[in-house]
Write a protein that binds this ligand. Sequence first.
Ligand SMILES: NC(=O)c1ccc[n+]([C@@H]2O[C@H](COP(=O)([O-])OP(=O)(O)OC[C@H]3O[C@@H](n4cnc5c(N)ncnc54)[C@H](O)[C@@H]3O)[C@@H](O)[C@H]2O)c1
Length: 119
Amino acid sequence: MTYELSLEGKTALITAAGQGIGRASAEAFADAGALVIATDINETALTELERYDGITALKLDATKPEDIKRVLAEAGGLDVLFNCAGVEEAAEMLVWAVSPENSFTTGAVFDLSGGRSTY
Ligand SMILES: NC(=O)c1ccc[n+]([C@@H]2O[C@H](COP(=O)([O-])OP(=O)(O)OC[C@H]3O[C@@H](n4cnc5c(N)ncnc54)[C@H](O)[C@@H]3O)[C@@H](O)[C@H]2O)c1
């Protein structure tokens, strides 16, 4: 079965995108046309991510609210969130940035801290 995903014109934020599931997702989202904001604490991994077309890499420690605020301000509007870091403290701030008032009607949210996903 062929499955085609288009994320043209969408902005997606991914936490823990430096390697593993987050990295694979960042590349897949970029391949699907999204503008990907890939975040991680590992600066070496971020440098590698920057080389990928469609990916902007930013440092974000998902346990630090000040990091989240900074990245959200830099990112502007978001359509898709993948909170791959699975840090519960980060989830609320990030989820609300994509889906105001937790309505889950405005964006796609995949949050590994609570096993929650909606789109
Ligand atoms: N791999 C699995 O089988 C599996 C299964 C269930 C759940 N998970 C969950 O999926 C997520 C990703 O798994 P993975 O196997 O790809 O992990 P991984 O260990 O390959 O990568 C984790 C990434 O998270 C980054 N990171 C660590 N602490 C961070 C922080 N405070 N803020 C931001 N980034 C941070 C690391 O630098 C690294 O790039 C994790 O939340 C994990 O618990 C994974």
